[in-house]
Design a protein around this ligand. Structure first.
Ligand SMILES: [Cu+2]
Length: 328
């Protein structure tokens, strides 16, 4: 079942409502008729005069309004259900323009997914659940790890600052529950990660900047990281893992995000690629699947998508806490 905020879920509920209503009326009338007109029940007097025949309305005693309603009402219902079902088409096929959307190229290979970022993203774990807040302006990084008295987590002790793969470790001033680092300047073009750990090396909090051109891959266990509350466009391409044979263009894959009920084929040799769009609301980690048999290790072509809050923004907090226990 897709997420509650998707058009597919709304349509599913409406179809269910009308199916159950029509089902109750139809089966209800069928059982009444079975009981009322079964063998052994006293027949209506002078039944012959109605000229009743199986499969037709009584010729001499019919009800025009009822017969018209018999055709018109179901027609209205079917037309209306068709109209609302078109909303799912609109949701899938209306591709937002480039400026209004967060865009990532998804490349399917045998047998993993690569994500090439065409937009940059700065995000941070929700400080309301981690009790850690990172601030990086200019050449000044501050990490505030102040935890209230009833705080559930271990004390934060270490911070790692990684810029373009070069990592530096720092210890937090435990008395002040604070770390300040100066002299590292934020560069929009470099992949930067700040991670906060406790004394047992458990990860408590992540702050990350993914510049344009970042490549993440499920082969390395990385997740696709996507901001919440933004329209997302994915350009999908199938490419061969081994490019030594120019005649071999790869195989068909299908990128499937069960959470949003969206799936699109990746077609080998189709240079322009295919497009998928969706709108995530709730933070959390959700599955990625390949829905097209693509060879020996097709079943291993799986991954995860993290929906995160852009830096200094928040996603739907209720859903975030609810999902913590669901084992995604
Ligand atoms: Cu595949």
């Amino acid at each position: 079942m897709p997420a509650e905020d998707t058009v597919f879920n709304v349509i599913y509920d409406k179809y269910m409502f009308w199916s159950i209503l029509v089902g109750l009326l139809t089966f209800g009338w069928m059982f009444i008729a079975m009981l009322r007109y079964r063998d052994g029940v006293e027949p209506v007097e002078n039944l012959e005069k109605y000229h009743i025949e199986v499969g037709s309305f009584p010729v001499d005693s019919h009800n025009t309004k009822l017969e018209i309603a018999f055709y018109v009402l179901p027609t209205i219902l079917v037309v209306w259900l068709t109209m609302i079902a078109l909303a799912s088409n609109t949701a899938v096929w209306t591709i937002p323009s480039d400026e209004d959307t967060f865009n990532v190229d998804v490349v399917g290979k045998q047998w993993f997914w690569e994500f090439h970022y065409n937009d940059d993203l700065t995000w941070e774990d929700d400080p309301r659940t981690t009790y850690v807040e990172v601030n990086w302006t200019g050449g000044m990084i501050t990490v505030d790890t102040h935890c209230p008295a009833d705080c559930q987590r271990m004390e934060a002790t270490n911070v790692t600052v990684g810029v373009d793969g070069v990592e530096t470790d720092y210890s937090i001033d435990l008395a002040a529950e604070m770390l300040s680092v100066s002299g590292i300047y934020f560069d929009k073009g470099l992949h930067s990660v700040i991670t906060v750990y406790d004394a047992e090396d458990n990860l408590l909090h992540t702050w990350e900047h993914l510049p344009v051109g970042t490549i993440l891959s499920t082969a390395g266990g990385q997740h696709l990281i996507i901001p919440c509350d933004e329209s997302i466009t994915l350009d999908l391409h199938s490419r061969p893992h081994d490019t030594s044979n120019p005649a071999y263009v790869g195989v068909q894959h299908a990128f499937w995000l069960p959470e949003w009920g969206v799936k699109e084929d990746l077609v080998p040799g189709l240079e322009a690629g295919t497009v998928m769009t969706f709108f995530p609301n709730d933070a959390g980690t959700f599955p990625i699947r390949c829905a097209e048999y693509c060879g020996l290790d097709h079943s291993k072509m799986i991954g995860n998508i993290d929906i995160v809050a852009p830096y200094d923004e928040t996603c739907d907090f209720d859903s975030w806490t609810n999902r913590q226990g669901e084992g995604y």
